[in-house]
Write a protein that binds this ligand. Structure first.
Ligand SMILES: [Zn+2]
Length: 415
């Protein structure tokens, strides 16, 4: 007789996502900041589901929740899967949480099928990825990667409550307990994260699931363009030094460079115009430039081109243009062997593999400091995230969990 194979239960994933969406401090959208009553309620549900799936559950020193499904060799390095439990303000239901719930469902399915893999599997729900409450991202994954900085304990939320005090509030009296959360490279086999795409590529490609090649490197500049203010009615257009026209030329050029260097993305997201009166020629413009690409060399060439063009524009319009580097984040490349296994898993079910770059940061970025990482993206409607209308179909959740299931088996089975 053929043994019946149990499949992942998409309906269950969807029901649990809805249930967790109720753990929110706002009724419009999901607001679940770390170390709050809402997050404790979410952790209680996650713990219950982890136990029901056959895992032993613990919380580490920074309140990351970790469920462990033992492997054939308990001393073998751990395959860690998961994502974050926190959200932004008035967020959607799927960002972060989909990776945790899918991880639990994968373990449940392994157990239903009587499968014990060579390596132990740990499903992790990170306490804080978004960084909304304490203005610092990846707190949970940094603690596990061993890169959480002691001075972060003094970071305060808008009410003046520090991380150390918030931890005390949920029963972690020793703030330095975070040190015990860190794992060594020897303890870990890899970190694999399933997450919603938060962009429109999979929707455009008409595929429910894709594999991430890496997380883009990001560079941020602030810029200042100084011209000469003057009377909007009396100064002839031919002799003006209009800072906003300089900014306009610059922004058009930035778009041109981005289009020539796809998938590089570049954004001027903030602009102020001074003195800011309808009858005064703009004398000062300040703005921001955010530029991201997985290919660091291509990104640097694009930046060089933008700075050179900025100089030309300034010269031809009689302006001064200054750029200040504000932030520079290295790219994270997903592990090629893991990418191949995910691609195999995608091919087994649909055939067409989409590789994409993540323009947004994820826990996998922090985990890359301690182990090999890879990511599976699941299509979301209109590429929308960080918004109550964020949406993933039940069918796509099932497809994502199936790919995760199959990849976990491949990864945690000795070849
Ligand atoms: Zn997220």
């Amino acid at each position: 007789m053929i043994k019946l194979q149990h499949n992942v239960d998409a309906k269950k994933i969807s029901t649990r996502i809805e249930q967790l969406a109720g753990c929110s401090s706002t009724s419009f959208g999901v607001t679940r900041l770390p170390f709050t009553a809402e997050s404790s309620e979410a952790e209680r549900l996650v713990e219950e589901w982890m136990k029901a799936a056959g895992m032993t559950v613990r919380k580490d020193g920074l309140n990351n929740i970790i469920g462990r499904y033992e492997g054939k060799d308990p001393s073998a390095p751990v395959l860690m899967i998961g994502s974050h439990l926190d959200s932004v303000i008035e967020a959607g239901k799927y960002d972060g949480i989909l990776g945790v719930i899918s991880g639990i469902e994968v373990v449940q399915t392994l157990r239903d099928n009587g499968l014990i893999l060579d390596n132990p599997i740990e499903v992790v729900g990170f306490c804080d990825e978004e960084g909304v409450r304490f203005h610092s991202t990846f707190l949970g994954s940094k603690a596990i990667a061993g890169t959480f900085a002691a001075e972060d304990l003094e970071r305060a939320d808008e009410k003046g409550i520090t991380i150390a005090e918030a931890l005390k509030g949920i029963g972690i009296v020793d703030p330095y307990a975070y040190k015990s959360a860190s794992r060594t490279p020897e303890e870990l086999l890899a970190y694999l994260e399933l997450h919603i795409e938060q962009g429109p590529v999979l929707e455009k490609e008409n595929e429910p699931v894709g594999v991430v090649s890496g997380i883009a490197s990001a560079t941020r500049f602030s810029f200042e363009i100084i011209g000469k203010p003057g009377h909007a009615g009396t100064v002839p257009v031919t002799i003006r030094q209009d800072a906003l026209l300089g900014a306009s030329d610059l922004i058009s050029y930035i778009e041109k460079i981005a289009l020539q260097n796809e998938p590089l993305v570049a954004t001027v997201g903030k602009l102020t115009v001074g003195p800011g009166a309808s009858n005064v020629i703009p004398g000062l413009v300040t703005g921001t430039l955010d530029i991201r690409d997985l290919n660091v060399e291509r990104k640097q060439k694009a930046i060089d081109a933008i700075l050179t063009e900025g100089n030309k524009i300034a010269k031809s319009r009689g302006l001064q243009m200054k750029f200040d580097l504000v932030m520079e984040a290295d790219p994270v490349y997903c592990n090629e062997d893991m990418i191949k296994l995910i691609e195999e898993s995608i091919s087994e079910r649909s055939g067409s593999v989409v590789r994409l770059v993540s323009g947004a940061g994820h826990d996998a970025m922090a985990m890359a400091d301690v182990t090999n990482v890879a990511m599976i993206f699941v299509r979301c409607k209109d590429g929308l995230s960080h918004h109550p209308d964020e949406f993933v179909t039940e069918e796509d959740m099932g497809a994502g969990a199936e790919v995760l299931y199959s990849t976990v088996i491949k990864l945690a089975t000795k070849q």
